[in-house]
Every structure is written in structure tokens, then in C-alpha cells.
Design a protein around this ligand. Sequence first.
Ligand code: BTN
Length: 272
Amino acid sequence: MSGGASQKFETALRRQLATRTLGRPLYFYASVDSTNVQAARLAREGAEDGTTVVADTQTGGKGRLGRRWVSPPGMNLYLSTLLRPSKPAVDAPQLGLLAAVGVARTIAALTRLVPVIKWPNDVLVSGKKVCGVLTELQADGQNLRSVVVGIGVNLNAPRSAFPEELHNTAGSLLLARGRPVDRAEFTVCLLTHLEKLYVMWLEEGFRDVATAWEAFAAPLLHKPITISGARGNLSGTALGLDHDGVLLLETRPGRPPQRVLAGDVSVVDGYG
Ligand code: BTN
């Protein structure tokens, strides 16, 4: 059954795609270890900016901070795009923030749901995570050689598709709206938004991406949060993004905010 769904998804995706660079070329796998792993391999082989890998299912889907990404067949989107911007390596995290904006815009365009971005690149709907982004880079000294932006979106996953331990935190668009999303339509819309954002970022810099990110993150800004990272926990309120995409966290009122590069946010009073 999933073979048919996979083939239908690929055919519709190839037919509908109208982007100029993102998704050109497009590699589609019925099953693969991880689209990020394949995109990184293609990068080593010299693949061009915009090369994109999509899979119907992943056997080793990778999440942030060494976690796994649950990737059942026939229902969700697993996509990695290879980008080769002429930018310094320190700018790479901006592409993860940009990807979250692209996903949030796509959800807003195709459904009546209200997406919220949780720093850095999670997209939540009704308080549950429906999308995660994993950005992996290769650099030549200070400069980027390539960036793989891996995006997983839980589109049509029923509750039973998630392991028990994720039931409180993970969701899908199907669970939030009660009817399925067309995977090809979602993917085409997403690549179109990502392409526009990427061109804007290349030509004009990060500022407008940051503004869009902050608009989607607004419900979670200025609220008490805890960020757990490699060096322990930090509590405070998120004020927004610094000029380069780093999170500004006010840990003591009246004091200059701290710049936070990485970590996992939990919102003290919940996501309501
Ligand atoms: C996160 O932990 O929030 C990030 C999850 C990223 C998952 C996507 S699915 C497509 C791509 N391939 C992977 O192995 N991971 C990313």
C-alpha cells in the first residue's frame, strides 16, 4: 500500500514542482537511511545548489542533539535541500531559522491552522511539534562549502504513529485539523516559499527573515522559558533574535540579554 502512496507522491511532486533552483534536481527515495545523509553524500560528489532529496520513509531519520526522527512511510514529509551560499560558516544557523519560516508560511497558506515557531526551528501547532529542522554544514575554513537543510513535517501521522513517549509533545497537521494534507501540494508550496526566502536572504541578508521568524515566534517571546544545553540550564525570557540569528535571552531584568547559540527550549507555563 505504501509503495503505491510513495509512487503517487513522487509523480505528483515532479508534475507540480515549478521552482527555479530548489528541487532541481530532485532525488526521490521510497525508503532511505536519512535524506540528510544522502544530501551530504551528493554534496561531497559536487551536487549543485538547490539539489533536494525527498523520501517516503527514513530508516535512520536524524533529529537535533543526536535524537532520532520518527519517519513512518506514506504519511509525512522528509526533505533535505543542499545549499551552497557564498557566506561565512557562522551564518549557517540562519538557514535553519529560514526553513522554519518557510514551513510556517506553508502551513498558514494551506490550512487554517496557526503555526508557532519555537526557537530555533521547531514549528508547533496547537502546542505540539509538527516540524523539526536539522541543519548540517561543511566549511572551508571560515567559509561555507555546503549546508544541508533537513526538514521533517508530520503531515498525516495518526497518534498511533508516534511512540508513547512523544504523545504529549508531538503532533501532526492531520491531528490538528481533522483532515489530511496533500503531501505533494505541501512539498511544492514549501519549496516555493523556501526558494523566495533563500533568494531574499542571499540578496538582502538576514533582516527580513528575522522579522518573519519573530512574527511566528511572537506567542512564545517575552514568556518565562528554560533552555537546556550542553552547559546546563538557562532560565529567562526570550526577547527575539540578534542581528545574526542568535537568541537574545533576558536572564535578569534590566541587565543586557545573553546571546544563546544552541539548546532546547521549554516554556515554563506551557504552550497555550
Ligand atoms: C529535530 O530534531 O527537531 C530535527 C528533525 C529533522 C528531521 C528531518 S527529516 C528530513 C531530514 N533527514 C533527517 O534525517 N533529518 C531531517
